[in-house]
Design a protein around this ligand. Structure first.
Ligand code: ATP
Ligand code: MG
Length: 265
């Protein structure tokens, strides 16, 4: 069996691959030593391939042979495979890996290049949620956010124009959290704040994605990373925002495993 491991800042993604068989698994990065023990004891005779920010750490501690590949190359190989399987066959596109932070890439028939990064990502989602409503469980955050309403928190373009004609769609966010100063905050529920946090992350990364897509002459923006996982609020905002700007968002299923899968390829 071949085992690909993408050891990221928050989560370690593992892909077990054998002929037609494929299984994906996640571990919290804080449990990296426990994973190393499992690999050394139960998978000593399998082929191991590492990538990601914590790959070097794992490489030092593992007692078995392993390959190491560059994160951005591995992720691109895995992403192309998943895209093909999901019939998202694009020649030229930009893609966003919304992990702990976010990294931006441009893909063309010549390959991929990393064209930017942002500290706003899944870590921001968790960190701001913890600070604002004292919840740090990812699943709890995304589920509660679905029941919220961020209208009283975010300032929309039409709020500023006060009913007069707007030069851009009035429903676009003019300022994330920018409506807080106009009052009404006493009635806000944790769910509303969580939805606004996700809105901030989703709109920030999508805005960059849209600008990059324009610059690279494409309308296709591909999204991967565990921050999208079961995250209906985030996915809805991405799709709507991209659509408003005439771009197409492609959210790849299992996209967070691109690096783990690509490490093997
Ligand atoms: P990086 O690539 O930046 O080093 P990473 O590879 O660990 O980080 P991802 O796994 O793609 O990043 O995404 C991490 C984010 O996914 C978290 O910050 C959080 O918002 C979200 N997430 C999804 N599921 C979980 C989970 N079970 N536990 C913690 N965070 C989760
Ligand atoms: Mg990662």
């Amino acid at each position: 069996m071949k085992i690909g491991i993408d050891a990221g800042g928050t989560l370690i993604k593992v892909a077990y691959v054998n002929d037609g068989y494929r299984k994906f698994e996640k571990w919290p990065s804080t449990e990296v030593d426990a994973l190393i023990e499992v690999l050394d004891s139960q998978y000593a005779h399998d082929e191991l391939f590492l990538t990601g920010g914590k790959a070097e750490y794992m490489a030092e501690k593992l007692n078995q042979n392993h390959g190491v590949s560059i994160e951005f190359d591995a992720t691109y190989r895995g992403l192309k495979t998943l895209m093909h399987e999901q019939s998202v066959d694009l020649d030229r596109f930009v893609y966003l890996n919304v992990g702990t932070g976010t990294s931006f890439h441009h893909a063309s028939p010549e390959g991929q290049e990393r064209v930017g990064g942002s500290g706003v990502g899944g870590g921001t989602l968790l960190g701001l949620s913890k600070l604002l409503v004292d919840i740090d469980d990812y699943t709890e955050i995304i589920q509660l956010a679905e029941t919220g309403n961020r209208d009283a928190i975010d300032l929309k373009v039409h709020h500023i124009y006060g009913g007069r004609p707007t030069p851009i769609p009035g429903d676009l966010t003019a300022s994330n959290f920018g409506n807080v100063m106009s009052g009404e905050v006493a009635a806000l529920e944790p769910a509303d704040k969580l939805q606004a946090v996700i809105g901030l992350v989703a709109e920030t990364v999508t805005a960059v994605g849209i600008s990059l897509a324009e610059g690279y002459d494409t309308t296709d923006i591909v999204f991967i990373g565990s921050t999208l996982l079961d995250n209906k609020v985030m996915q809805e905002i991405i799709n709507r925002y991209a659509g408003l700007k005439g771009a197409r968002a492609h959210i790849i299923a299992d996209g967070e495993y691109s690096g783990a899968l690509g490490a093997i390829l």
